[in-house]
Design a protein around this ligand. Structure first.
Ligand code: NI
Length: 160
């Protein structure tokens, strides 16, 4: 288990386009394992490789549903429908959140760790997470899409 440092806004690596993965070696497998560990450590629902400084088209998601942890390599959006507007945040923009409109349904094609093609369908939060993480692989952040103000979030439940 290894926790990697999460890059935050202002770091150039978050603005770069990631490269397709052509081969899964121990290097990629270790990266994926570390990304999962890092996502859990930081209480995130998703993490993309550039967020740990690696420009490869890989992300992981676990929104706490029956899917558990999902690994996406070279993901591609196949289909979207509907819209949803809701709060979004990112481990690379700590303590902040903002309203973002996303499709309510998203179908994604990707490769798994054995380079087998897999397809996932998501609605609501999962659809949102697919879009958010794929954007990271193209150097985009949700902050570009925020409607209104980016605002601070408080994790202190005793505050109110
Ligand atoms: Ni993010």
């Amino acid at each position: 288990m290894a926790i990697r440092k999460v890059r935050t806004v202002g770091d150039d690596v978050l603005r770069k386009k990631c490269k397709e993965v052509v081969e899964i070696t121990n290097r990629e497998l270790t990266l994926i394992e570390d990304m999962v560990d890092t996502m859990y450590e930081e209480n995130g629902v998703g993490l993309a490789a550039p967020q740990v400084g690696i420009l490869k088209r890989i992300f992981v998601i676990d929104i706490g549903d029956e899917n558990g942890v999902m690994v996406f390599i070279n993901p591609e959006i196949l289909e979207t429908s509907g819209t949803q507007c809701g709060e979004e945040g990112c481990l690379s923009v700590p303590g902040m959140a903002g309203q973002v409109t996303r499709p309510n349904y998203v179908k994604v094609k990707a490769l798994d760790e054995d380079m087998n093609e897999v397809e996932y369908e998501g609605e609501g939060l999962l659809a949102r997470a697919f879009c958010h993480e794929i954007d990271h692989l193209d150097g985009h952040m949700y902050t570009e899409l925020v409607e209104g103000e980016l605002h601070q979030v408080s994790y202190d439940e005793d505050e109110e």
